[in-house]
Design a protein around this ligand. Structure first.
Ligand code: HEC
Length: 170
């Protein structure tokens, strides 16, 4: 091996195309960062989605609902053990996307404030946020795909604001 010359190395490099090198380096970075040598590809994808979802939740939701999801007294309702959310998981993408307004009751407490929407959220962010929230507060550990998230967003865009309210607050 001591005999590998610079010329040979250059030749070797030239035979590897750039995208292959990029592919290898990305995988090395992932392996180095998550000590996930024993994880399947599926688990790695799951962890990545969970971690980005966690960052998004902490950035956009935790101010009000708190990092552990317990909410803040009579101002902000909980998302952890919330009877409302537990009955309306299907509407969560629309709640995130469009926000909420008007009186509602969560775990016996009345709330009548306003939650801002996140209309610039794309399907990649939405899928990560849903994956994270479902894991923490619904006990699911499946990735919400980009396709599902895109469909959810499109459906929220299609229904009118009033419809959303009556749709959400059954
Ligand atoms: C500025 C504060 C604020 C932020 C930020 C916020 N919310 Fe809310 N959220 C509220 C309020 C206030 C309500 C109750 C709205 C009402 O009274 O109609 C609410 C209601 C909800 C509900 C339904 C009630 C329940 O707790 O089960 C869910 C679910 C929810 N928010 C999730 C989220 C998620 C996910 C994010 C981040 C993308 C988020 N919220 C960001 C203030 C906030």
């Amino acid at each position: 091996m001591a005999r590998i010359s610079i010329r040979n190395l250059l030749l070797l490099r030239m035979t590897l195309n750039r995208s292959f090198i990029a592919f290898i380096s990305i995988n090395l970075i992932i392996l180095a960062n998550c000590s996930c040598n024993n994880l399947s590809e599926k688990e790695i994808v799951y962890r990545q989605s969970f971690e980005s979802g966690k960052a998004l939740y902490n950035e956009r939701c935790a101010n009000c609902h708190k990092q552990n999801g317990e909410g803040l007294g009579a101002l902000y309702p909980p998302v952890r053990n919330s009877d409302y959310l537990n009955a309306h998981w299907k509407q969560l993408p629309c709640i995130i996307y469009r926000g909420l307004k008007g009186p509602m009751n969560v775990n016996g407490v009345n709330f009548d404030w306003e939650m801002p929407g996140n209309k610039t959220m794309d399907e990649i962010q939405m899928s990560a946020l849903l994956t994270y929230m479902q894991d923490r507060w619904r006990g699911l550990n499946t990735v919400v795909s980009y396709e599902e998230a895109r469909k959810d967003i499109n459906e929220c865009e299609d229904s009118g604001v009033r419809n959303q309210k009556s749709g959400v607050r059954r």
